[in-house]
Design a protein around this ligand. Structure first.
Ligand code: BES
Ligand code: MN
Ligand code: MN
Length: 456
């Protein structure tokens, strides 16, 4: 059990912890934009210097794109080892005009810190550094061995991470891994996540005539790439909300009875969700509840679309090209690789004559379900109760984190704790992303508690 002196130390340092998080949030470490390559490195160095200050042996590892930060602090070889993972990269902040305060100038309003990366994942990851700092301040050593792995490529699907894990398998060995990169069930209802959806993300490019054409001179004799594209997209889903790709559902495992009952017992507020989203009606696959659809059922979405003329006024033109970004969320036991080939085959079969079509995989991740029957899970329940003053609920989440599968697949790690400190309405990937300061504080307390529980 965490000593009260450590919790008191955390309480007394609240403001300083907030200031330091703001320094982290000021770095625009957007992994997908190549013009931010130096900011990404600055964020990695920021994390590295913090970890070193805690007494960790740590270094940067270069990859083809953004550096990984890895460090470890050994107490005794007899003690268990906890592997902490986080990501210091963030999503692009656009649309900028929607932000009340600029995305990389953190601002405090209504008990929250607002900035890109506040909840995803800088704020949540930083709770680990501050909790360990408080423990070191009070007792001068950690109660167990800790390894920390922080990457700058999570938001681009972690392309360098699996090879890194394979290469450093022995060094990275641990009994338990922990990630805080999701959320509570709702603000004030803490949770342990035992499932994540996977992802398969594509770009579709259609090419018709060699150049944009006068639609009067050539209209009626060529296939219009935008028309072709939208027809293809239309056919990807059925009117009942299911995905129309043949074989798409073959490997989906059904929700079990106990699981549906447990989900139904969660304090889900459908009206609050609708009003947060600003829509009159939720949609989706028939026969499944909202929570089931958003966490445990697969789906398909068009993420972006382009082509032709969309400027001011009118231009009578048949475009030469059109394109779209399309992604699918996957659930156990769907496999990203198989879904990719089903998608490509289907999309090609839908392409009309007179256009050329290209479907390119951008990235993805496999879905995951985690065993709840582990001492580490009991320890996390206890720690969350100490940190948040409430027992956690169990839930599945709809987002994806590529490393979670690789913990087991590559490192052979059986216990992965997904402990989201954020709130679902924190606006991850949206404008005005935020992190509740009370969640930040409770998260730090919960981490300090976790490190003092029996994890194995
Ligand atoms: N932190 C999220 C994943 C997440 C979101 C987990 C909500 C649980 C609940 C992560 O940073 C993320 O955004 N992942 C990407 C996937 C990646 C392969 C690009 C995602 O889910 O779109
Ligand atoms: Mn994240
Ligand atoms: Mn994210």
């Amino acid at each position: 059990m965490v000593p009260a002196t450590i919790l008191a130390r955390i309480d007394s340092q609240k403001q300083r912890y907030i200031n330091e998080l703001q320094d982290f949030l000021r770095i625009p470490s957007i992994s997908t934009y190549s013009q931010h390559i130096r900011d990404i490195r600055r964020a990695a160095e920021f994390v590295l210097s913090h970890i070193r200050k805690l007494g960790f042996q740590a270094s940067l590892h270069e990859t083809e794109r953004h550096p990984l930060v890895y460090g470890h602090l050994q107490t005794s070889p007899e003690d268990p080892t906890l592997l902490v993972y986080g990501h210091y990269d963030v999503q692009p902040p656009e649309p900028l005009e929607e932000w009340i305060s600029p995305p990389f100038e953190p601002a405090i309003r209504d008990g929250c810190v607002y900035a890109r990366g506040a909840t995803d994942d800088k704020g949540q990851f930083f709770t680990y550094l501050k909790a360990m700092e408080a423990i070191m301040d009070v007792r001068g050593s950690l109660p167990l061995n800790v390894k920390i792995l922080v990457e700058g490529e999570e938001e681009i699907a972690s392309p360098s991470l699996k090879p890194f894990l394979e290469k450093h398998k022995t060094e990275l060995s641990a009994q338990v891994a922990v990630i805080s990169d999701g959320s509570q069930f709702a603000h004030g209802i803490p949770a342990i996540t035992y499932g994540l959806r996977g992802l398969s993300y594509f770009q579709i490019d259609l090419t018709g005539p060699r150049i944009d054409l006068h639609s009067g001179i050539f209209g009626g004799i060529v296939t219009n790439p935008i028309q072709a594209l939208t027809e293809i997209l239309y056919h990807l889903k059925n009117p009942d909300g299911t995905v129309a790709i043949p074989g798409f559902y073959d490997d989906v495992i059904d929700l079990e009875k106990w699981e549906r009952e447990e989900m139904a017992s969660l304090p889900h507020d459908e009206d609050a969700l609708r009003s947060y989203l600003g829509i009159d009606e939720l949609a989706g696959e028939r026969g499944y509840t909202t929570l089931e659809r958003k966490t445990a059922r697969p789906t398909l979405d068009v993420n972006g679309i382009w082509g032709g003329f969309s400027g001011e006024g009118a231009k009578t033109v048949i475009p030469s090209r059109a394109g779209a970004k399309v992604s699918m969320r996957l659930v156990p036991n769907q496999k990203q690789r198989r879904i990719e080939s089903l998608f490509v085959d289907f999309v090609k079969s839908l392409a009309p004559r007179g256009v050329r079509i290209k479907a390119t995989t951008l990235h993805g991740a496999d879905p995951v379900l985690i065993s709840r029957d582990k001492p580490g899970i009991r320890a996390a329940e206890q720690a969350i109760e100490i940190g948040f003053g409430k027992k956690p609920v169990f839930l599945r989440e709809g987002g994806s984190i590529p490393i979670v599968n690789w913990f087991k697949e590559v490192l052979g790690l059986e216990t992965v704790l997904l402990l989201g400190w954020g709130s679902p309405d924190d606006g991850a990937h949206s404008p005005n992303e935020r992190f509740h300061l009370d969640d930040y504080h409770r998260g730090i307390r919960a981490v300090a508690a976790l490190l003092h529980e029996d994890l194995v």
